[in-house]
Design a protein around this ligand. Structure first.
Ligand code: GTB
Length: 217
């Protein structure tokens, strides 16, 4: 059954593989599933046709026959359950992979997003000089806990899984910046993710979509 995903036309991330369609592309590449893309221009995000796919008018979405999904974590979970390559066979190991998927989207990514909010949306506020270090410290603490658990392991729990797709993409939002750079094992973990052939294919596809829509606009 053909799979179609939505992504930004003229992606805000300028082809750096940070917009959340990258998560879905990477998961599909790991699972060896081809997909089509529907690139949504900024003007169409909140129109009814796209809200049919995602009530919040956001990307990414996923269509497979009459199944329509939004929410990147849920899409990765579906892809991991539907196809081979992203989940361990053992039931307990699979439960732990799902646990780590939730940890990536609900424990780790939000503290990183709060740093972005502080930097890009609150930098002109009088209280930002006080709040920004608190927000960074919260992220630092979460990353310290993650680094302590990861130790010298290659992946979060045994073999690479869907959880690593979500966690690496969450950490990539801080690439080259503190506090991520304070944790060499997490930097190496991100680099291991980026070295995977499936990541590289997904990244190239996302960049190609950006270049094509930029050239056309
Ligand atoms: N929880 C949802 C999910 O995981 O699917 C969040 C979806 C989401 O935030 N989508 C964003 C969106 O559609 C794009 S990815 N925004 C448009 C809108 O809300 O109207 C977030 C994103 C955008 C840009 C960068 N960047 O430039 O680096 C990174 C991440």
């Amino acid at each position: 059954m053909a799979i179609t995903i939505t992504a930004f036309a003229n992606s805000l991330d300028q082809g750096r593989g940070l917009a959340r369609d990258m998560i879905v592309r990477w998961a599909l590449e790991e699972a060896g599933q081809p997909y089509r893309e529907r690139l949504i221009p900024w003007a169409d995000f909140k129109k009814p046709a796209h809200r049919q796919r995602n009530p919040f008018g956001q990307i990414p979405t996923y269509e497979e026959g009459d199944l329509i999904l939004f929410e990147s974590g849920a899409i990765v979970l579906h892809v991991a359950e539907r196809f081979k390559g992203l989940f361990p066979v053992d039931a307990n190991a699979r439960a732990r992979a799902i646990m780590w998927m939730f940890a990536a989207v609900s424990d780790v990514e939000p503290v990183i997003v709060q740093m972005e909010v502080s930097e890009y949306m609150e930098s002109d506020k009088s209280w930002n000089a006080e709040r920004a270090p608190l927000v960074a410290d919260r992220a630092r603490g979460r990353l310290a806990d993650l680094a302590a658990r990861l130790g010298g392991a290659a992946w979060l729990d045994g073999d690479f899984s869907a959880a690593d797709v979500l966690m690496v993409q969450a950490l990539r939002r801080l690439e080259g910046q503190a506090p991520l750079t304070e944790f060499p094992s997490l930097v190496a973990y991100v680099e291991r993710g980026k070295a995977r052939p499936a990541f590289k294919r997904a990244f190239a596809a996302q960049r190609a979509a950006y270049e094509a829509t930029k050239a056309a606009s």
